[in-house]
Structure formats: structure tokens, C-alpha cells
Write a protein that binds this ligand. Structure first.
Ligand SMILES: Nc1nc2c(c(=O)[nH]1)N=C([C@H](O)[C@H](O)COP(=O)(O)OP(=O)(O)OP(=O)(O)O)CN2
Length: 162
């Protein structure tokens, strides 16, 4: 009985779904103007962003991506263009933080104006939405992890509570 079941499964064409992750690092400034402590200062972080994508392992014989969910290189290119190149050596500033926004816009050319305070949570969500729309067909974004410091991070998986 057991042998029969195994034999049947071996006839089924296999399509393996897996997750892969890519990490980039990014230097950025921000401030949380309402924070009770030093996070209300203009300050910077060496952020780390990890994107995890999911999809079937490509089986096309001879394809450059054979055996891969997608080439790490292409995932890196999306993250560099849409995250790193938008914020690296720039400043994330909340649109309601009028005093800092006015100063930063005069001072910096690379400014990410945010709809909410630029916490690790907000930036994880921002990065998720940026990366998601640029992935190839058939690949979905599982999660973005945004490390504000080596010890502090936020995860976003696209869930919205209505
Ligand atoms: N939930 C969140 N809490 C805090 C955030 C945030 O984005 N989400 N951000 C901050 C500050 O911006 C600050 O940079 C973090 O400072 P701190 O907690 O002092 O982090 P450290 O790296 O110094 O902590 P270590 O434990 O020494 O690594 C505050 N809170």
C-alpha cells in the first residue's frame, strides 16, 4: 500500500516553490520628531534591508536561471534601483515635520518625504511596496525586513488590516 502511494507520487511532475532572500545596506538619515528620547534628533543609520521572494524553481533546461527562483543579481538590481538609490546618503523626513522638512529640502537633494514618521516599520512597508511592483511575473514578495540598527528591525509582509 505504502509502496504504491510512493510510486504514484513519483509520476507527478514536480514544481518546487521556494523562497530566496537578498540583503542590501544603506546609509540614511531620519528623525522621529515626537519621540521622547534622542530619536527626535537628526541622526543617521546604517540600515540593512532584506527582501524575501517566493516562486517556483525554474526548470527550463539550459536557461541561465535554471535551478533558481530568480537570479539573486536581478533581485539586487531591483533593490538597488528602487531602495538604495532613493535613500542612500539621503534623508527620510515626515511630511508633517514641517520645520525639518523645510531645512532638509534646502540642504539635501536626496530626500524621501514620508506619509508617516520614518520608523523602521514605515520604511519596511515603503520598501515592500517599491520592490513588489518591480518583480518579474510569477515571483511574489514574501517579506521585507528593515534593520534600523543591528539589534532593531521591522518586518512587513504586505498585510493590511481594514
Ligand atoms: N518600534 C520602533 N521603535 C523605535 C524606532 C523605530 O523605528 N521603531 N526608532 C527609534 C530611533 O530611531 C532610534 O534610532 C533607535 O535607537 P535605539 O533604540 O537607541 O537603538 P540602538 O541601536 O541604540 O539600540 P542598541 O540596543 O544599542 O542596538 C527608537 N525606537
Amino acid at each position: 500500500m505504502c509502496t504504491l502511494l510512493l510510486a504514484d507520487l513519483s509520476q507527478t511532475p514536480s514544481l518546487t516553490t521556494m523562497q530566496i532572500s537578498r540583503k542590501i545596506e544603506i546609509d540614511y538619515g531620519h528623525t522621529l520628531p515626537n519621540h521622547f528620547s534622542f530619536c527626535n534628533q537628526l541622526h543617521g543609520h546604517r540600515g540593512v534591508v532584506v527582501a524575501t521572494v517566493e516562486g517556483p524553481v525554474i526548470e527550463r533546461s539550459g536557461d541561465s536561471e535554471e535551478g533558481m527562483v530568480m537570479d539573486f543579481r536581478f533581485l539586487k538590481e531591483i533593490m538597488v534601483e528602487h531602495i538604495h538609490n532613493r535613500l542612500d546618503h539621503g534623508f527620510a523626513v515626515w511630511r508633517e515635520d514641517h520645520e525639518d522638512l523645510e531645512f532638509i529640502l534646502k540642504r539635501n537633494t536626496r530626500v524621501l518625504v514620508t506619509d508617516d514618521p520614518p520608523t523602521a516599520e514605515y520604511l519596511a512597508k515603503w520598501a515592500f511596496n517599491e520592490i513588489r511592483t518591480h518583480l518579474p511575473e510569477g515571483i511574489s514578495l514574501h517579506n521585507v525586513r528593515w534593520y534600523e540598527t543591528p539589534n532593531n528591525w521591522a518586518d512587513y509582509d504586505g498585510q493590511i488590516i481594514k
